[in-house]
Design a binder for this molecule. Structure first.
Ligand code: EPZ
Length: 419
């Protein structure tokens, strides 16, 4: 199996330019389906989820080319409205092609995206919203046929939960629908704002992104544009947590502190010094880490669930008792038993983890269970005493561009090899 072999070090030092955001790129790439002509996306991260998105677009008749961090997509001539199950299962955000397909072609056939390591991850909110916009669903054995017999039209959509994916799916379907769509209790994540900015750059009429009420007035056609994808706030949080664990100092470039406020505040409470500038964030940790009380994950602008595994790893080394409450996903503590193998003292009960910080973590053979848990184990291993073998790193490759190269550049000892 492909894995990382990581030898612990006692500090990190240097600077990293943070990659483009996976969770902004994926909905924006789906949005290219709405646009006839050549769209150019800059700062597009080279990730397996991006490659999967390119496969889906190609299967529908789109043409994609990724050169360095520039992705060019041309969806002028679409030739298919059926996304095969094997592609739908490649990633969770394949569900976003529902809104984009019916938005552009008025119909599509796809299957449920795989549930994943974090829980069931249903798409009921997506389907309920799109049904209000005129989409009819016929489901058989996990395959959903979506049609719009009376055309796609605007609607008033109230989300029972500020779902990121459901908000994005509605925005993608509404951009070309007849009339106005209003999303109440919309997700407010920065990635939603990036999607809105991209669609507006293509001529869409969208207001309110970043607030809990988003309005989209459908237009007849969108035009190609060139767009720069925002930087990845969770990858930035990952490197901040790696530096907090190992000690030393790190400058992150292409990073906005505002989108990281809850993570930065928690790391400062744990004993780090963090300074932010226009497009960079500096961290140093010279004092021993200390417990921070309770961390609760919430929809944005609360503490991001994607950074929960990362802060759990940091708190496993923080003197005292910390509590982490996971309010977004029902199964997002699968990192914890792996950290316990490394010497952490964590009691996990449902959505609550009680962490008693230990003086050190120790190298062990551990397995990534999902993208962020894998990154958290890598961060923990960089500062552990001894050698760690980390398996299932294909999870990490879904969201991190060359993680080992970035960590090596700031002093970590990490090799990709078979383990
Ligand atoms: C997006 O997932 C992100 N993925 C996730 O990042 C992130 O953790 C999540 O938003 C929350 O911020 C991408 O953007 C590709 P949700 P998404 O819909 O859209 C429930 C990572 O590591 N729900 O806001 O799937 C759902 O089960 C990934 O980069 C329903 O019940 O998140 C979950 O409990 C992991 N019904 C909660 O809402 C629905 O129809 C949040 O889900 C939709 C969601």
């Amino acid at each position: 199996m492909q894995g990382f072999v990581i030898e612990g070090v006692d500090r990190l030092q240097g600077e990293i330019t943070v990659q483009g955001s996976k969770n902004a790129a994926l909905p924006i790439i789906a949005g290219c389906l709405l646009v006839p002509g050549e769209v150019v996306l800059k700062s597009c991260p080279a990730l397996s989820d991006v490659y999967s998105s390119m496969k889906i677009l190609s299967c529908l008749g789109g043409r994609c080319r990724l050169l360095g961090d520039t992705l060019t997509v041309d969806c002028t001539a679409l030739s298919n409205d059926h996304i095969p199950d094997r592609l739908m299962r490649l990633m969770r955000s394949s569900s976003l092609y529902l809104g984009a397909c019916v938005g552009r072609m008025g119909r599509c056939t796809l299957s449920y995206p795989g549930g994943c390591e974090l829980g069931a991850r249903p798409i009921d909110l997506h389907l309920l919203a799109l049904e209000k916009m005129g989409v009819c669903f016929k489901e058989e054995h996990g395959v959903i046929e979506c049609t719009t017999p009376k055309g796609l039209h605007g609607a008033q959509i109230s989300l029972s939960f500020p779902s990121v994916g459901a908000t994005e799916n509605v925005m993608l379907a509404a951009a070309l629908a007849k009339g106005e769509t209003v999303i109440y209790n919309s997700a407010r994540e920065p990635e939603i704002i990036d999607l809105a900015r991209f669609l507006r750059a293509c001529g869409a009429k969208i207001t309110g992104e970043g607030t809990s009420i988003v309005r989209i007035s459908g237009v007849s056609r969108l035009s190609p544009c060139e767009y720069e994808i925002m930087s990845d706030r969770i990858v930035a949080a990952t490197y901040l947590c790696a530096a907090a664990l190992a000690g030393g100092e790190l400058m992150l470039k292409n990073t906005g502190a505002n989108e990281l406020r809850p993570v930065i505040d928690t790391l400062c409470e744990a004993g780090c010094d963090i300074y932010s500038f226009s497009d960079r964030v500096y961290i140093s940790r010279k004092r021993p880490l200390k417990a921070v009380g309770t961390v609760r994950t919430m929809p944005y602008p609360g503490f991001p669930t994607d950074a929960q595994p990362l802060i759990t790893a940091v708190l496993s080394r923080a003197k005292g008792v910390s509590v982490v409450v996971e309010n977004i996903f029902e199964n997002r503590f699968r990192l914890n038993p792996e950290l316990v193998r490394m010497g952490a003292n964590i009691k996990t009960e449902g959505r609550i983890a009680v962490i008693e910080g230990t003086a050190a973590l120790y190298g062990a053979r551990v397995m990534a269970s999902d993208l962020r848990a894998g990154a958290a184990l890598a961060a923990a291993a960089v500062s552990a005493q001894g050698i760690t073998e980390l398996g299932n790193i294909e999870y990490i490759d879904r969201g991190y561009e060359r993680l080992e190269a970035s960590l090596t550049s700031i002093g970590a000892k990490i090799k990709r090899t078979s383990i």
